[in-house]
Ligand binder design. Structure first.
Ligand code: 0X9
Ligand code: ZN
Length: 343
């Protein structure tokens, strides 16, 4: 910086002690827990804890919960998807599909997915959300990467499958989908990059699993919601082009309902619009795939609020505020989808 005459300021000399402090906060908070029920506000949970918790829900709610292993990660972790219904036995309802943790370091996303699961199962006031719709929730897509952020490298983003270049590991699942895959403006062919798209579309097992799950619900996907962090955005298609899908304005009305509900409850401010215009071009992401090839009527990538030192690492004490605010938005968007009827 000095060499090139660029003005700069050191914000943080060394991140490692802060990562260690957050890890200690999380572990000590978890150690205090007594119940089997996951306390979303009290800690962040790893992949096996989340899977075990979902298994316990099948026992607790046998009529309302189904858990299916849709496939396996590169390191052979079970990739599980939970379906929640109201137990009325009606089959093939339209579906609200939510995934989280496509990106490993975005820890608030799986926490929020768990909070949504508990809201739907435990809060009678949410019965209207389940009357004519089933909710399908995949809390951890990138299981290997997520585990790696717990055990080794807190800010890892990609998968853990090796690339053709030995020293670079991992592919960005959100550039690996086979719709408009490989566009250089929105992804990279360089394994060194954080937005590396892989050698081939769908060459990551985790992308295959999410693809298969979305295609399984093809033609009854009323609302696809992909949870990420951070930035307070509701990103609509398209990511790969500056143009808009046919029902863009319908999607904008859904996003608008979410953003308005949040601002009224907490003054939290979300921007909403096409990902291409609002953030940056992306090619091969799950959101575009869901609309183009799985016929999702509405698809939104929700960038949850920032926290902690780098935005991806909120403190445990901030989980409650973020997930309760976010739920106000997701609930409002789901109600808007429902009130307009599946179209
Ligand atoms: O770059 C991404 O994959 C997403 N942002 S993140 O900071 N969580 O990595 C944004 C994807 C947006 N995609 C579309 N709107 N299509
Ligand atoms: Zn992300």
């Amino acid at each position: 910086m000095q060499l090139h005459g660029i003005e700069y300021k050191v914000l943080l000399e060394d991140l490692a002690p802060h990562v260690r402090a957050q890890r200690a906060e999380n572990l000590s908070s978890k150690a205090k827990q007594r119940t089997h029920r996951i306390d979303v506000f009290a800690a962040f949970y790893n992949h096996s804890e989340i899977n075990a918790y979902m298994e316990s829900l099948v026992q607790l709610y046998p009529k309302r919960v189904q858990l299916k292993t849709f496939g396996w990660s590169y390191e052979q972790r079970a990739l599980k998807i939970l379906t929640i219904s109201n137990g009325d036995g009606r089959r093939n309802k339209p579906v609200i599909f939510i995934d989280a943790t496509i990106h490993a370091r975005e820890w608030i996303a799986p926490s929020f997915a768990l909070y949504i699961i508990q809201q739907l199962l435990e809060q009678a006031e949410n019965a209207d959300l389940l009357l004519n719709y089933d909710w399908v929730i995949m809390p951890v897509v990138n299981a290997d990467g997520y585990e790696f952020t717990h055990s080794d490298s807190r800010f890892w983003r990609k998968t853990r499958k090796p690339t053709p270049i030995e020293e670079h590991i991992g592919t960005d699942i959100n550039r690996n989908f086979g719709y408009k895959w490989g566009d250089d403006a929105g992804s990279s062919g360089d394994p060194a990059e954080e937005i590396y798209r892989g050698e081939q579309p769908f060459d990551q097992p985790e992308t295959q699993v999410l693809r298969d799950a979305l295609l399984h619900y093809k033609d009854r996907l009323a609302f696809y919601l992909s949870l990420h962090s951070y930035g307070n955005y509701l990103l609509l298609p398209w990511g790969h082009t500056s143009s808009f899908p046919d029902n863009y304005f319908y999607m904008m009305e859904i996003a608008d309902a979410g953003a308005m509900a949040i601002i009224q409850s907490t003054n939290g401010i979300y921007s909403y619009g096409s990902g291409y215009h609002l953030m940056y071009p992306t090619s091969g992401d799950s959101n575009d795939f869901a609309v183009a090839l799985a016929n999702a009527t509405v698809a939104i990538t929700m960038e949850l609020p920032a926290g902690g030192f780098l935005g991806f690492d909120p403190w445990v004490t901030h989980i409650e505020g973020i997930v309760t605010e976010s739920w106000v938005g997701v609930r409002a968007m789901a109600l808007e989808v429902i009130s307009r009827g599946y179209q």
